[in-house]
Each structure stands twice: as C-alpha cells, then as structure tokens.
Write a protein that binds this ligand. Structure first.
Ligand SMILES: Nc1ncnc2c1ncn2[C@@H]1O[C@H](COP(=O)(O)OP(=O)(O)O)[C@@H](O)[C@H]1O
Ligand SMILES: [Mg+2]
Length: 248
C-alpha cells in the first residue's frame, strides 16, 4: 500500500524550472530519505508533497489521514511554553487529561524532561527546541511525517539521538515518512530506501534500498554502506555538492 504518491510533479520559480516530472512514492510504514545537492529542489518538493505549495504540474495522492512537518528550524511560538507548543498540534477536541497524556508521551519520546515542558523557547537550548518541534509532530498522532533537514544545526551526539527517535517513530507500523537530508550517513542510518533528486530539475535520478532495517544497522555497516554508495555508485556522485547556481 502506498501512503503518498507524487506523479509528474513540475515546478518553477521566476521562470526557472526547479522540478520536472518528479514521480515518487512512499509506502505504508516506510521511511524514505530524499537526498540531493543543496539547491536542487528538495524543500520545494517537500512543500508540494505536504500541500504547502501548489505545483505547476502533476498530482498528489495521499492515503494517509494526517501529516505533520518538522522543518530545519524549530518554528516554535515564542510566547508559549514547550508544553503549549507541543499541544498546538493536537485537535481542539482533545481536552484535559487525554491532552496532557498525549503531550507527555510525545515529550518523553523526544527525550524531554518534565521540567523542560514549562520553559519558554528562549530558555531552551537549540537541541531542546528541535526536540520540542519533534514532540509536536509526534503528539499530533500524524500517520505521515515530513522532515526537512531537521538536525543540521545539532551537534553529532544529539543528532544521533534524534535520528534514533525518528527510527523509532517514523517508518514503523502504520506511520510513514519522507526525510530530506544531504547527509548520506544520516540517510543510510534511518531510511528503508534512498531516493536521489537530480541537481538540475531532471527529476528523480534513481533510488537504492538500504540493506537491513533502520535500527538494525551498526556504525560499521553504515560507514561501509556510505563509502560504497559515494565511491562506487555513480547515482550518488553529486549528492554532497553545493549547487553551482548559488555558489560563488
Ligand atoms: N520562493 C522562492 N522563490 C524563488 N526561488 C526559490 C524559492 N524557493 C526556492 N527557490 C529556489 O529554488 C531552488 C530550489 O530550492 P530548495 O527547494 O530550497 O532546494 P534544496 O532544499 O534542495 O536546497 C533554489 O535555487 C532556490 O533558490
Ligand atoms: Mg532545503
């Protein structure tokens, strides 16, 4: 079963084609990593998939019920506590104890302490803010999660911890996800399948399944797999490049 299916997506900004004939699907319970060089249109594709941007061409089929997006920046409301920010994603009909239970469960899944929940964003570290944003996505009980390079600003240890949260909560059971990154080690660690977006609006240039399941891969296997993809597989040749249209 497919949770999300994009067909023939095309988009342009100011007359410049960014995406052309992009076809991509994410299965139920699957976590797909979308990689590609900076500036190739990954965020634009995610915004289209999540219904935040109307594409010029193509169509989107969604068989999931509800989605939530984790952006590169936490995007918290500064005047609300972490608890209130997490609760924003809950339906207004969810009240009282049930509401608190869901907020608490999501916060603990994102490794936030009870004390942190009464703090305002300005009192939280960068990592805590991003964990609050993840907790907000988890609390929504969305059955599809979108991630747009959410851990770029975090230090390596915290980044790893956050990846573990993603492995545990997306791409399992009924919950699917699309995770954008330009970090191959991150993609290999968390995804079932890696899809590569062409750097010049050429659509999807290819995809590779990642051996084993997310959560079953050890550091050595991840290291070897990344090395293999980057050194021996031409599909990944341009992934970690910086877009030459914007550079220099
Ligand atoms: N709202 C916009 N208006 C004009 N150009 C945009 C807009 N958003 C993105 N772009 C351009 O589209 C290209 C793809 O952007 P983006 O989807 O953010 O790439 P990525 O996420 O892969 O780095 C870039 O060249 C970017 O400058
Ligand atoms: Mg982006």
């Amino acid at each position: 079963m497919t949770a999300l299916h994009l067909t023939g997506i095309g988009h342009a900004f100011l007359g410049r084609t960014i995406l052309d004939r992009v076809t991509l699907s994410v299965g139920e319970g699957e976590l797909v990593a979308l990689v590609g060089p900076s500036g190739c249109g990954k965020s634009t594709l995610l915004h289209i998939a999540a219904g935040l941007v109307e594409p010029r061409q193509g169509h989107i089929d969604r068989s999931y019920t509800r989605h939530s997006v984790v952006f590169q920046e936490p995007r918290l409301l500064p005047w609300a506590t972490a608890r209130k920010n997490i609760g924003l994603a809950l339906p207004a009909t969810s009240l009282g104890r049930e509401r608190q239970r869901r907020i608490g469960a999501a916060a603990s899944a994102a490794a936030l302490e009870e004390d942190d929940l009464d703090k305002y964003p300005v009192q939280l570290s960068g990592g805590m803010k991003q964990r609050t944003a993840i907790a907000r996505a988890l609390a929504s009980e969305a059955d599809f999660l979108f991630f747009d390079e959410p851990f770029t600003a975090l230090d390596p240890a915290l980044r790893r911890h956050m990846q573990d949260i993603v492995i545990r909560h997306a791409g399992t059971g009924q919950r699917a996800g699309l995770f954008i990154t330009h970090d191959m080690a991150e993609a290999v660690r968390i995804a079932h399948r890696i899809v590569v977006l062409d750097r010049r609006g050429g659509g999807i240039s290819g995809e590779r399944p990642v051996p084993l399941k997310p959560g079953q891969r050890d550091d050595r296997m991840i290291f070897e797999t990344v090395r293999h993809f980057m050194k021996e597989d031409p599909l990944f040749r341009h992934v970690e490049e910086i877009d030459e249209r914007r550079a220099g």
